[in-house]
Design a protein around this ligand. Structure first.
Ligand code: NAI
Length: 345
């Protein structure tokens, strides 16, 4: 991927949602992404708009999404809003003639995914990308390239985990009401990775299970804090997923791809940096606290790729079909968790 300069005009972007992740995207868009500038921000919360004005000097602030879409000269929107809002907000943006970057997952509902795809097909000149950030991480990209070059022969199995550090505040317990559950919220990243690394297959059968090891409150949302799953694909390849909210040591995302001639592992030690501590307890390293530190560079790269694709009129590798398939599999995992039965797709 290269982001060399182009004579295309700077992309004028409006961001929608300035919460946990929206602020990070806003900072990147305002200060670190070549070829884009943040001209407007939207949030229903006055304090978030004040933050955008005071911290980033975003010139135009809107409490209402439709007002942002009507902003004169806006080229693209970044949707970093609750997942339940994604489908309708994407459709509105396309109808207003804007390119769209939207955070994952595309939706928790398959019919909504299809409505988005149908609308996008009516606007082929507009780009839509869902933020499956891991594809833009340098280590995952290197593993992908190695697989393409045949380094592990034919890849047939992926193990991938997304394990968050234990948070005594239980933020995600409240979040569970709208997140779609642990598989659609966390494993959706691993699902997308597995398909990408195994040649974009479709799932044919899944089985999921889980437990509430610490956060018993999750049971009211029929969710778990540790979930495991098996996914069989139509090309005969298989994947296993593990998602957790209870890691004591830090954010622990890792993936292993096994092929006929070898194995690649990404992130087996979620180390904070290259410092090792040797003392009376042994030899160890500190770990990264959250997904953001782990994927900080990838969050920047994914936005640069999106901006570059618009300015250079290039095709995006990551498609709405990929995002729809990730949701389809995520929904099936949740169904399997609740029914305790395998689900055929
Ligand atoms: P958050 O709750 O911290 O932020 C949501 C934001 O949306 C808030 O600023 C809120 O004011 C705003 N909002 C709510 N209703 C709105 C409306 N009608 N119009 C405009 N803005 C509205 O949530 P968080 O954690 O930032 O997540 C946002 C999205 O990002 C979710 O879809 C989540 O799945 C995704 N996400 C992706 C991650 C990744 O690894 N790629 C990591 C964390 C979140």
């Amino acid at each position: 991927m290269s982001y060399s300069s182009t004579h295309a005009p700077t992309l004028r972007v409006g961001i929608v949602g300035l919460g946990r992740l929206g602020r990070r995207h806003a900072e990147n868009l305002m200060t670190r992404v070549a070829g884009a500038t943040l001209v407007a921000a939207c949030s229903p919360l006055p304090a978030e708009l004040e933050w955008a004005r005071d911290t980033l000097q975003v010139p135009h602030l809107y409490a209402d999404y439709e007002a942002l879409l009507a902003h004169d000269g806006l080229d693209a929107v970044f949707l970093v809003t609750p997942t339940s809002l994604h489908p309708q907000q994407i459709i509105q943006a396309l109808q207003a003639g804007k390119h769209v970057f939207c955070e994952k997952p595309l939706s928790l509902d398959l019919e909504d995914c299809r409505r988005v795809s149908a609308e996008a097909a009516r606007h082929p000149q507009l780009k839509v990308m869902i933020g499956f950030v891991r594809r833009f991480d340098a280590s995952y990209r290197d593993a992908y390239n190695k697989i393409q070059q045949g380094a592990i022969g034919s890849p047939f199995m992926v193990y991938s985990q997304t394990c968050d550090q234990y948070d005594p505040d239980g933020f995600f317990v409240k979040f569970a009401a709208t997140s779609g559950g642990i598989f659609l919220d966390c494993s959706v990243h691993d699902i997308d990775l597995a398909r990408w690394l195994l040649g974009n297959p479709q799932a044919v059968r899944v089985y999921a299970s889980g437990t509430t090891a610490i956060h018993q409150d999750l049971q009211q949302f029929r969710d778990v804090d540790n979930g495991v799953a098996i996914c069989e694909f139509d090309n005969g390849r298989i994947a296993t997923f593990y998602a957790s909210r209870t890691m004591p040591h830090g954010h622990d995302t890792m993936t292993e791809i096994t092929g006929t001639a070898g194995r690649l592992t990404v992130g087996s030690n979620p180390r904070r940096n290259r410092v090792e501590i040797a003392d009376a307890h042994g030899v160890r390293n500190e770990c990264l606290p959250s997904f953001f530190e782990r994927f900080e560079d990838a969050f920047l790269t994914e936005v640069s790729v999106f901006v570059d694709a618009i300015r250079r009129e290039q095709k995006l590798e990551l498609t709405l079909d990929d995002a729809t398939e990730a949701t389809r599999i995520g929904i099936a995992l949740r169904e399997s968790l609740l029914s305790k039965q395998p689900v055929l797709l």
